[in-house]
Design a protein around this ligand. Structure first.
Ligand code: CTP
Length: 429
């Protein structure tokens, strides 16, 4: 019999009031319809770890879609439903999203197959999950609001810093859970217990049967963690990196590059330079293989058009940064801009891994400046100042951008004067 714990006070303390009230409200509407509602998964785990998380995953004993429809009717917002998976997402007018799912058991036809869905109770639903720390629920139906459901000792495992599977075939059924285990180890400084570790080791070769797209997704998430190199190290220890990416580089070089890219990302982020969270996908190829191999390997991953483009520009940027005579640590910002203005932040981050420390810092500084640039003069200002519009505008505006990058205190008037001079001299020749 699981220990009775009540976490209402923790929820009150830890959650934004609007979230707390939303959970109470969903619990009330569920109870009025004789349904049980449970908050489950990552949000419960993070609640007990005092970490912010407002990804509301709610499992309903009853018809989750029906409840979502009624919530939307009563309280507004919008819903999206997936009848096939018995799930609905309700977007509350406050902007917060709630996932509502009918309690289910997941059957796997063969390893790594997508789950088929069938009605079931909350305990069975929780039992089908990856790790004990993710397999707790908090009841939110009015009568039992705040009761922690902990059938598998997740609470104890959280306190002991332990990642533990719920059943022996867990990794065989879903090998991506091996990567998730490593990700949670890395994020929380937890450890798999001996048995889980052994099961992960034994199941690692099942990663071969997972679709490349899913692997790429999991890896991106892993490398987005604070301590990405620790995750990579663990992947190498468990011999799973080689099922995902083939490379002839040494372990040391692999870890170094992951560390460098992590450092670049953090410096970008600290300076509000945006990157797609999935930016790692393209870099996986660029970082560990030569260009030719990278393209061949990437082709097996069915990348999106956008990701393919980033991959190509990254490869191109590596060449520019490491080979171009115009790019050096002493190069003016404008020179960087001339060579790389069209290269996205994601591609530049990946390419800077291949520069030495000084050049990398110069590149980072360029990206930060470029990101802060708000052009003082655009096409409209040129027209207002009496310039005749035409295709040459593009070049003039680019030159003005460069001048502004190099002279942050310059005024719009000074830029327009400059544009005048350029045009005048252009007319003479
Ligand atoms: N889950 C699982 N097996 C997987 C993926 C997910 O059992 N391969 C379950 C876990 O119970 C998890 C929940 O589905 O808590 C939600 O998954 P997801 O949103 O991917 O992960 P979180 O645990 O919320 O982790 P994160 O904080 O990284 O989003």
């Amino acid at each position: 019999i699981p220990m009775k714990r009540q976490v209402t006070e923790t929820m009150k303390k830890q959650l934004p009031p609007v979230i707390f009230q939303l959970l109470e409200l969903i619990g009330k509407e569920a109870a009025e319809r004789d349904m049980n509602a449970f908050l489950i998964g990552g949000m419960v785990r993070d609640l007990l770890l005092n970490r912010d998380n407002v990804d509301m995953d709610i499992v309903i004993e009853g018809d989750g879609i029906l409840l979502a429809e009624e919530l939307q009717k009563l309280y507004g917002g919008s819903i999206r439903t997936h009848k096939q998976f018995r799930t609905a997402v309700w977007k509350h007018p406050s902007g917060f999203k709630v996932d509502l799912t009918s309690a289910r058991t997941e059957y796997y036809d063969f390893p790594a197959a997508l789950p088929k869905v069938e009605m079931s109770t909350i305990k069975e639903d929780l039992f089908r999950r990856d790790f004990t720390i993710n397999a707790m629920g908090v009841c939110i139906s009015t009568q039992e609001f705040g009761d922690l459901l902990d059938y598998f000792h997740g609470y104890e495992d959280i306190n002991k810093g332990r990642i533990r599977v719920l059943y022996n075939l867990s990794f065989v059924e879903d090998p991506t859970r091996i990567l998730r285990a490593i990700r949670f180890e890395t994020r929380f400084s937890f450890q798999m217990d001996a048995q889980t570790h052994e099961l992960a080791r034994q199941a690692a070769n099942n990663l071969r049967s997972v679709s490349k797209a899913r692997l790429a997704g999991e890896l991106s998430r892993m490398f987005y963690e604070e301590d990405a190199p620790a995750g990579a190290k663990r992947m190498i220890d468990l011999s799973c990196l080689n099922y995902i990416i083939s490379t002839s580089l040494s372990e040391k070089t692999i870890l170094q590059r992951i560390q460098l890219l992590t450092d670049v990302r953090k410096e970008f982020e600290a300076n509000h330079v945006k990157m797609k969270p999935s930016f790692w996908i393209e870099h996986l190829f660029v970082m560990f293989q030569d260009h030719h191999q990278a393209l061949i390997h990437a082709a097996t991953f069915a990348l999106s058009k956008d990701d393919k483009h980033t991959l190509n520009t990254t490869l191109h940027a590596v060449t520019t940064i490491t080979d171009s005579a115009d790019i050096s640590p002493l190069a003016q910002t404008g020179e960087w801009h001339r060579q790389l203005s069209q290269t996205k932040n994601e591609a530049l981050a990946g390419a800077l891994v291949f520069a030495d420390a000084e050049l990398r810092q110069a590149g980072i500084n360029y990206v930060i400046k470029r990101n802060q640039l708000i052009p003082l003069v655009g096409g409209k200002e040129l027209i207002n100042a009496g310039f005749k519009p035409g295709p040459h505008f593009k070049d003039i505006l680019f030159e003005l951008e460069i001048i502004q990058l190099e002279n942050p205190d310059i005024t719009a008037d000074e830029l327009l004067q400059y544009a005048n001079r350029v045009l005048a001299s252009g007319n003479e020749t």
